[in-house]
Design a protein around this ligand. Structure first.
Ligand SMILES: Nc1ncnc2c1ncn2[C@@H]1O[C@H](COP(=O)(O)OP(=O)(O)OP(=O)(O)O)[C@@H](O)[C@H]1O
Ligand SMILES: [Mg+2]
Length: 1022
């Protein structure tokens, strides 16, 4: 595992000649690992946890030379012996220059070399390595025939999936340790992939990921910082910081290097000078056991000291090698130095013997990167430029001198380092194309930025690269889009638009406007619609491939509904004319949403659902996987809106399982998870809902925070209904955090609002819940949104009002919220049975409120209707709620039989759901109304009001009815209030109270109350 990245990166290159084998290397390193017991134990523990199936990733930081690579290498040897497979890839400095995915290329190359391309292909979903060819050019040309392959975003998502899938496959046979070294140099693509892998690690059993990085290089704005911060939040990610060696370990390291104890008088000096950094210890110690030099002027001098003792021709070769990068192949070194075999071998030998260079199959690597850096920095300015030019020329003459796929970026790097503007520009342009093929848009963007930077220094730049300045701006705009660099994208697109001028091709202008519109939309800027409109005005009708996407973009976001719809229709007509099935499918899907209308719902057999079915069939034929997913998303969304929960679950499940098209973009998958969870929640299939949400957690990194938060909200709502307010509260907090700063979208924000209201009611009482409900209602601009989301929110807020109205002090608040709700409800249309059911609850709550305020009995009929409406859409939870309210009304009007029937039904529903909070309320009302529930459902859940104090009560000979009354006395209620609560006359209540006082030996109500509290005969459940 030593210098793994370098070794593996240089396959296929000429081997070093002569007798320069590693054995010849001097012993400048210690054969034994010194210290590090604690860190090794931590790695062992991580490995154990992985073997037991838990995901684990370790972020190993430490200063340069402190021993990160050594530790990981020793650990790797140990676990290899224990049957694990260790895959190592190092990030290269070239990564910061635009070489994407270097560590993963290295890992993959090793794998292909070891197992063969066919075996690697068999691990991938499509059984072909044509996707991975983007990382490893020797696997052939990447697939560009399908829609996914042509769409860089999709191609990239699929590439990430494939890497995950290959690791998953390997880990099924034996544990896999993936080591990514030197992440401080990681390119953005590698950082993204690494984040993706760690985020999705739960999908794989038996994978340990270790990432090393130089913590002392992470300046405040270093791009690795945000990545580490994000990873730190994942529970299975662990951070280890490798400290310097102690005085004792430093001496031991010296003994290890020398093969004998260090002279006693040198120990302190060595420790003082090296400060316990193993690399400095090695460098300070000569083979003779003396300290190599006096205190050096600088670290660089210290590192250079070893090399300065070597013969001049050796030093010359080392200077050349230092410009070649981490590792330089023998052939390349020969070409750049111009030396023949004998001369080159002769010059290299002393460097290898002194262990300044290491020879291996891939070429020559400096013993430590810091030494290479020191040598390179020591070059004279002229020499620096000359050497880099020579490297570039040598690679240009024979690209096989560098690993496959690397020539373009290597040349770009060398010409740039040589400050040769002309060739640096040409090189960056070519390397940008290469990065595009590797679906590395961030790297492509930075290379194109370099082209633009150098443009003015190269008078005939356009001729040299065969593209004018605007073309480069356009390319950069595309790269910015793919890389998600929206701000930069706007700037680039605007410059391009400015330069294009009036005579420019309308296609070019329209596409730039469209792209800029998407940038603005993604950034939440309002003016995005203007760009789409402007684009539509010029996009020619005889260019359907250009015009259709613009039409569809405009259709789904400009707020003039009728106009939008006509855009979708035009897109459909154009797609049909040009016989473009993928675009026809896209247009049909958009149109289906228009046909579904403001209610965002459509029942089975309806026109929108038919359109979606047609669109799906076309998308499948066209291999447009994103659209197949979208069909499943839209279909399940509309069916769910119509209360067709069973069908909605099925549609979303089918999409999720990939029954129509096996490949599915991750964001679609997380949406499809939501579209299963939502109807499962409604149907009361809560355990299934929880397991779908849990499975979707595996995709958390690829899906938007919005999706993630909505899944958490449903899990929270289930937890709350099941009496676990703690879990519900943390879900609500996590979701709120995830949604912070995101654009208001009802489908994600409303479920959170519902959870927050319920939660406040459960944990903080009606007063707090009333406040929350008022805030939530104000926050959602309900009357402007879709009734699909507005109705449930209005209904839930009305229920909060019912809970609050019994408290006189809250009546003003209740009145103002009910007023507001009334105004909203008046404006809301109602579409389909699910919205009808919410509306019925809203009106029943209103009737109950009116009854409570006027002292009448109210709402029984309305609540019965609501219960019926909920039964019609198979939603047991709100149905049980409605039955409970109806039963309360029935009791109040003396209909004990009717109440009993409703309560029993409600109790059975609540028991079936495991909805303990609701079950407790039902049991409480049954007790108050002296209704006997069926044996199976009447027992209140553990810890509820029913069990509290019953033993104590028995000791005083209190009957269960008297205990009910005592609870109310203890809560400070008057006889009249007790009578109301328990559906008895005030006279009967007063008889109960005197009997209780007698049994407790209390002289007054307040004494009885005090005793009840002191003896814990009652609890706070009332
Ligand atoms: N605990 C140790 N015992 C013996 N030798 C060690 C130990 N730690 C480091 N070394 C040696 O010190 C040198 C530098 O260590 P290493 O290359 O692992 O540092 P690093 O932290 O990976 O540095 P960089 O950040 O530059 O990659 C190596 O030659 C290594 O073998
Ligand atoms: Mg290292």
């Amino acid at each position: 595992m030593t210098a793994p990245s370098a070794a593996s990166d240089l396959s296929g290159m000429s081997e070093p000649r002569g007798m320069l084998t590693p054995e010849m290397s001097g012993r400048a390193s210690s054969p034994v690992l010194v210290g590090r017991d604690e860190q090794m134990a931590a790695l062992d523990a991580a490995f154990d946890s992985v073997r037991q199936g838990g995901p684990t990733a370790v972020l190993l930081g430490g200063e340069a030379g402190v021993g990160k690579s050594r530790l990981v290498s020793e650990f790797g040897q140990a676990v290899t012996a224990a049957g694990a497979r260790v895959l190592t890839g190092g990030c290269l400095e070239l990564g910061t220059d635009g070489l994407p995915f270097a560590p993963f290329t290295a890992v993959l190359r090793d794998l292909v070399r070891e197992l063969g391309a066919d075996a690697v292909a068999s691990m991938l979903p499509g059984r072909t390595t044509r996707g991975l060819a983007r990382l490893l050019p020797e696997l052939g040309e990447p697939d560009t025939t399908t829609d996914i392959a042509r769409d860089p975003g999709e191609a990239r998502a699929r590439l990430f999936e494939e890497v995950l899938s290959a690791l998953d496959h390997l880990a099924r046979h034996s544990p896999v340790v993936l080591v990514i070294e030197d992440a401080h140099w990681a390119d953005r693509s590698s950082r993204d992939l690494l984040t993706f892998l760690i985020g999705n690690q739960r999908a794989i059993c038996g994978l340990l990921i270790i990432v090393t990085f130089r913590s002392d290089e992470l300046h405040r704005t270093h791009p690795l910082r945000p990545m580490l911060a994000a990873l730190d939040r994942i529970t299975w990610v662990e951070r280890i910081e490798l400290p310097r060696l102690t005085r004792h370990d430093t001496a031991e390291l010296a003994a290890g290097i020398l093969g004998r104890q260090l002279a006693a008088n040198l120990g302190d000096a060595l420790y003082r000078r090296s400060e316990g950094n193993p690399l400095f210890v090695e460098t300070l110690l000569g083979c003779d056991g003396e300290l190599n030099c006096e205190l050096p002027e600088s670290l660089r001098d210290l590192l250079l000291d070893g090399m300065r003792r070597l013969p001049e021709d050796t030093q010359e070769v080392l200077r050349v090698a230092s410009a070649g990068g981490e590792t330089t192949g023998y052939g390349l070194l020969a070409a750049v130095t111009g030396l023949d075999d004998a001369a080159l071998t002769g010059a290299l030998r002393p460097a290898v013997t002194a262990n300044v260079l290491r020879a291996h199959a891939g070429g020559y690597t400096f013993r430590h990167e810091l030494i290479r850096e020191a040598v390179h920095e020591d070059l004279m300015p002229g020499e620096h430029g000359r050497l880099h030019s020579r490297f570039a020329e040598a690679i240009d003459a024979d690209p096989s001198l560098v690993p496959p796929g690397r020539a373009a970026i290597e040349m770009a790097h060398h010409w740039h380092a040589a400050h040769d503007s002309v060739w640096a520009l040409i090189g960056a342009w070519r390397a940008a194309a290469q990065a595009g093929r590797a679906v590395a848009p961030a790297e492509r963007l930075s290379l194109l930025a370099r082209v633009l930077e150098l443009w003015d220094q190269v008078p005939d730049a356009a001729e040299r690269i065969g593209a004018d300045h605007v073309r480069v701006l356009e390319e950069a705009t595309c790269a910015a889009q793919e890389a998600g660099e929206f701000e930069r994208g706007i700037a680039l697109a605007s410059s391009a638009l400015k330069e294009l001028g009036p005579s420019a091709s309308p296609v070019r202008v329209a596409q730039l406007l469209e792209t800029r519109g998407h940038f603005k939309k993604n950034l939440g800027r309002k003016e995005f619609a203007e760009d789409f409109s402007a684009a539509l005005q010029i996009a020619p009708a005889d260019e359907p491939a250009v015009r259709i996407p613009i039409l569809l973009a405009a259709a789904s976001c400009i707020s003039m509904v009728a106009v939008e719809r006509s855009y979708a229709e035009e897109a459909l007509a154009l797609a049909r004319q040009s016989q473009d099935e993928a675009n026809e499918a896209a247009a049909l899907l958009t149109l289906a949403m228009f046909r579904a209308g403001a209610g965002q719902q459509a029942g089975v057999g309806s026109d929108p659902i038919e359109l979606i079915a047609q669109a799906r069939a076309m998308a499948v034929r066209a291999g447009a996987c994103g659209l197949v997913a979208k069909a499943a998303i839209n279909e399940s969304h509309l069916l769910e809106g119509a209360g067709e929960h069973e069908l909605a679950v099925e549609a979303a499940r089918r999409g999720f399982a990939g029954e129509d098209e096996p490949y599915m973009p991750r964001t679609s998958r997380s949406l499809l998870a939501i579209n299963q969870v939502e109807p499962l929640f409604a149907l009361g299939r809560w355990d299934e809902a929880l397991s779908v949400a849990e499975a979707a957690r595996e995709f958390q990194f690829a899906s938007l925070p919005l999706h993630w938060s909505t899944l958490a909200v449903y899990a929270g709502r289930i937890a709350l209904a099941r009496g676990d307010a703690g879990t519900a509260a943390s879900a609500a907090a996590a979701a709120a955090q995830a949604l912070r700063g995101s654009r208001q979208e009802d489908e994600h924000h409303v479920p959170l609002g519902l959870l927050e209201m319920g939660l406040r009611l459960a944990v903080a009482g009606p007063a707090a819940a009333l406040d929350t409900a008022a805030q939530v209602v104000e926050g959602y601009e309900l009357a402007g949104g879709s009734p699909r989301y507005a109705w449930p929110l209005v209904a839930e807020a009305a229920l909060v009002c019912v809970a609050a109205v019994r408290d006189e002090r809250l009546r003003a608040g209740v009145a103002s919220l009910t007023d507001r709700l009334g105004t909203i409800a008046e404006k809301l249309e109602t579409f389909g049975p699910a919205q009808e059911a919410s509306r019925a609850t809203f009106f029943a709550a209103g009737a109950e409120l009116a009854g409570l305020l006027s002292g009448d009995v109210g709402g029984v009929t309305a609540w019965d209707e609501a219960a019926g409406a909920w039964a019609g859409v198979s939603e047991p939870y709100p149905r049980a709620q409605a039955l409970l309210h109806a039963a309360e009304g029935a009791l109040a009007s003396g209909d004990r039989e009717g109440a009993a029937d409703r309560l029993r039904e409600a109790a059975a529903l609540a028991a079936g759901l495991g909805a303990s909070s609701l079950a407790d309320e039902i049991a409480l009302l049954a007790r108050r109304g002296r209704v006997v529930l069926a044996a199976s459902s009447s027992a209140p859940s553990a810890g509820s009001a029913g069990s509290a104090g019953s033993a104590g009560a028995a000791a005083f000979g209190l009957t269960s009815r008297e205990l009910e009354v005592l609870r109310l006395v203890a809560a400070g209620r008057s006889n009249r209030e007790i009578a109301n609560e328990l559906f008895i006359s005030p006279k009967t209540a007063s008889v109960h109270v005197s009997n209780i006082m007698g049994k407790l030996g209390a002289a007054s109500r307040s004494e009885a109350a005090a005793k009840a509290h002191a003896l814990r005969l009652v609890d706070s459940a009332l």
